[in-house]
Design a protein around this ligand. Structure first.
Ligand SMILES: [Zn+2]
Length: 318
């Protein structure tokens, strides 16, 4: 790790800025006010550009409109933080960032959450499709802060016992592909069906365990294969498919080990951000052809557009 950080863009603010510009502006400076690409002058101050559009003429820098905007932390430290969070399988605690980057703990904490925001995916196409297999499974992690009353209507899918009052997470996972996790207040038929419906292409084959949560929604897919975990069945062969939910289980296991080891105290309201972080690393894992550097560059690229406002010169929306 220390060898990697000897690169100039990890050591020097100005070098880091140049790296950011290369990643975020491959076709020249992008004005965050009017959106024009490659039509700006460099000013005397390094990193400050002036839009050359007649109607605009505003000054901007590469961090405007990104999660790094208005941060007092030097850019090379941001790049180190991006790299650390993208390359360690289980994540990096704010304490570790605070020590490694020599910045205040609070600053490190905010930085980590902003990087998670950059890692968050949004508005994506459905998983699966083309007869692909998508597994769906749910798990429970951490105690809820306001315990719910037990339901008394006898419905079988209400978790009691060990999982009662824990935070439910629902995860559709493409076999050999991407994951998309959701923290829901309650994992019941309504919430689970909604996630499955909205995130998995209808032409996919759905694989789940025998939970009744998936029975009805399963009929909407090309095929619905189930394994009986309660009967210790973990894989079943049907036609040419191996029916299992091992990808989902594998994801949950990385997530839980990481959360227990690195992020012991995660408030419920932040759980979805941590999930976004684990999803991002999983979806850009080595097996899918990404190395640590690719992953960090992608997260940095994602850092743009998270705070864009798209305003015209007179405040008119574009
Ligand atoms: Zn402009």
């Amino acid at each position: 790790m220390t060898d990697i950080f000897s690169a100039p863009h990890f050591r020097d603010d100005n070098e880091a800025r140049k790296t950011l510009e290369a990643i975020l502006w491959p076709d020249g400076p992008v004005c965050p006010f009017c959106g024009v690409i490659g039509h700006a002058y460099a000013t005397k101050r390094a990193g400050l550009y002036r839009c050359a559009e007649k109607q605009c003429r505003k000054d901007f820098t590469v961090t405007m409109g990104t999660v790094m905007e208005r941060s007092k932390i030097a850019l090379h430290k941001w790049l180190q933080a991006f790299h650390l969070m993208c390359s360690s399988k289980k994540g990096v605690s704010a304490h570790q960032l605070h020590r490694t980057l020599d910045i205040g703990y609070e600053a490190a904490w905010f930085m980590a959450h902003r990087i998670r925001e950059a890692m968050r995916a949004g508005g994506l196409a459905p998983l699966g499709g083309n007869g692909g297999i998508v597994e769906a499974d749910e798990t429970y992690y951490g105690r809820v802060e306001r315990p719910r009353k037990r339901r008394t209507d006898g419905r079988p899918y209400v978790k009691e016992g060990k999982s009662a009052n824990k935070r439910p997470i629902v995860a559709p996972v493409e076999r050999g592909g991407n994951v998309r996790t959701f923290h829901v207040p309650v994992a019941d038929k309504a919430s689970v069906s909604k996630i499955v419906r909205e995130n998995i292409a209808r032409e996919s084959k759905l694989h789940t365990d025998e939970s009744p949560l998936y029975t009805a929604v399963g009929r909407e897919f090309a095929d619905h294969g189930t394994v009986k975990h309660t009967a210790h069945e973990y894989v079943r062969y049907e036609n040419d498919d191996a029916i299992h939910t091992n990808s989902a289980e594998g994801y949950f296991s990385i997530f839980k080990r990481g959360m227990r080891g690195i992020y012991q105290h995660c408030k419920e309201k932040h759980l979805h951000r941590y999930l976004a972080e684990y999803d991002f690393r999983y979806n850009h894992r080595i097996a899918l052809g990404y190395n640590d550097g690719d992953r960090a560059a992608l997260a940095v690229k994602n850092a743009a557009g998270k705070r864009l406002t798209y305003r015209g010169p007179n405040g008119i929306g574009l």
